[in-house]
Design a binder for this molecule. Structure first.
Ligand code: BGC
Ligand code: CA
Length: 444
């Protein structure tokens, strides 16, 4: 008996050493959080696996929890959802926000501003309220929705194939573009003309979309050729909006409107930034990690979402909705204006009702691979990631954050070379069409 025990002990030591040797060669060990629970599981499994047959096999990557977030798997041409990607396995979800509800709010916010300031809004007194629009990514459904929301609210929208046209006009000083029309707003019994003077996708020369510096340069070009015709600056997001505000509109007192409620944009409302929309990143970042946590715990996906968890975390129906047929959680948006911006000054605070720490005994540490399509994206880096980093602690998840270049999917997928080392995945694609680049790797 003793001999057998000694032999087993020796064998275990040899195998442990072998496992350690493999671990050191493992590229993932360059990760910043040291040894991960799944590595431990992996090694344990390998040790046990020496008995023939293996006692337990590790979960296949294709069966691990997966959440798409911020860029919903969909056709960039038609917006049609990629249901194969959204149903990749039984623990696959999307987390984003209600794009149409938010876009409607953004349009309404700009229209309300015009109505409230109608006597001062027409800077050159030509009877036309002129606006310019910065477009983020013509193939991204969130960006498309916002362009449509602004045009619909200002009555400049035209229909194309049953939808509001979302293409950029370039410049439209004479009002002849076929992508928009001159709008008519009746305010205080008087009719005003509204014109989209110019709009452009803010993409830089290397291909990055939603590009703030491109927007900053573009407003300079627009202002020098038709500056006093611009009465309003609208932007698909705050990154571009703030670049235009700081580059031109602040000094010229032209109200500028964005989207995201990043902390710097909210603070700028005190200096004349017109307003922004909160897409409830505090709720989205929570949901992104929460759906993974629930799958890893083997509990109902609604736990800590619509149903209180054991720590008391729960969301109310006014901040999110779940659409089962789309496997998608959508946070609801709120307008942030001069009236209420004081409540939104720090965009990186976890949402109160879901900020309770989970017990590490019943919700043990797990390892998550998560990428951000563009490390330089204002919203994702300044608002979303700081929130994720707070929730990962509260939910006992060790998250490896991968920052992409915003241009090529391969730059990110190259760094998903060892999916075996992770328990779950959170993916933010460069292009919404490219889900298969990721699911292909997980299916290997
Ligand atoms: C945000 C943008 C951001 C984009 C990235 C959008 O929801 O509003 O600011 O650039 O996501 O995918
Ligand atoms: Ca004018």
């Amino acid at each position: 008996m003793k001999k057998i025990l000694a032999l087993l002990l020796a064998l275990t030591m040899v195998l442990t050493l072998a496992a350690c040797g493999r671990k050191e060669k493992d590229p993932k060990n360059s990760g910043n959080k040291g040894d991960t629970p799944s590595q431990q599981t992996e090694n344990n499994t390998e040790d046990k696996g020496q008995d023939n047959p293996p006692v337990e096999s590790k979960k296949a990557n294709k069966d691990k929890p997966l959440v798409w977030y911020n860029r919903q798997p969909s056709s960039s041409a038609t917006g049609e959802l990629d249901m194969a990607a959204l149903n990749f396995n039984k623990d696959t979800y999307y987390v984003g926000f209600d794009a149409v509800q938010g876009a409607t709010l953004q349009g309404q916010m700009i229209r309300d501003y015009i109505e409230a300031h109608i006597n001062a809004i027409d800077r050159n007194g030509d009877g036309i309220i002129g606006y310019v629009l910065a477009i983020g990514d013509v193939g991204h459904n969130d960006s498309i929705a916002r362009t449509r929301g602004v045009r619909s609210a200002l009555d400049t929208a035209v229909e194309a194939n049953g939808n509001v046209e979302s293409a950029a006009v370039g410049t439209n000083l004479d009002g002849t573009s076929t992508f928009v029309k001159d709008g008519k707003l009746s305010i205080g019994g008087k009719d005003y003309i509204v014109r989209e003077l110019a709009s452009q996708e803010m993409k830089n020369s290397s291909g990055s979309t939603w590009d703030a510096s491109t927007a900053g340069n573009t407003i300079g070009t627009w202002a020098s050729s038709f500056g006093d015709q611009i009465d309003i600056v609208a932007s698909n997001n705050d990154g571009m909006g703030m670049a235009m505000f700081l580059g031109w509109s602040k000094a010229n007192n032209v109200p500028t409107f964005g989207y995201d409620a990043n902390s710097d944009a909210v603070a700028a409302i005190a200096d004349g930034y017109g307003g922004t929309i909160s897409q409830h990143a505090d709720v989205q970042a929570y949901l992104t990690l929460r759906v993974l946590r629930n799958a890893l715990d083997g509990v109902d996906v609604d736990t800590g979402i619509g149903t209180p968890d054991d720590a008391g975390n729960v969301l109310s129906a006014d901040v999110y909705k779940y659409v089962e047929s789309e496997r998608s959680y959508y946070a609801l948006n709120a307008a942030v204006t001069a009236e209420n911006y004081q409540n939104f000054l720090d965009a990186t605070v976890p949402y109160g009702p879901v900020s309770n720490q989970l017990d590490a005994g019943t919700h043990p540490a797990k390892y998550v691979w998560l990428d951000i399509y563009n490390a330089a994206d204002n919203f994702l880096s300044a608002t979303y990631q700081p929130l994720l980093q707070k929730y990962d602690d509260l939910l006992n998840l060790n998250v490896e954050y991968i920052g992409g270049d915003g241009q090529t999917e391969g730059n990110i997928t190259n760094r998903l070379s060892n999916p075996d080392g992770y328990d779950a995945f959170a993916i933010n694609m460069v292009k919404t069409d490219n889900a298969a680049s990721y699911t292909g790797i997980l299916s290997q």
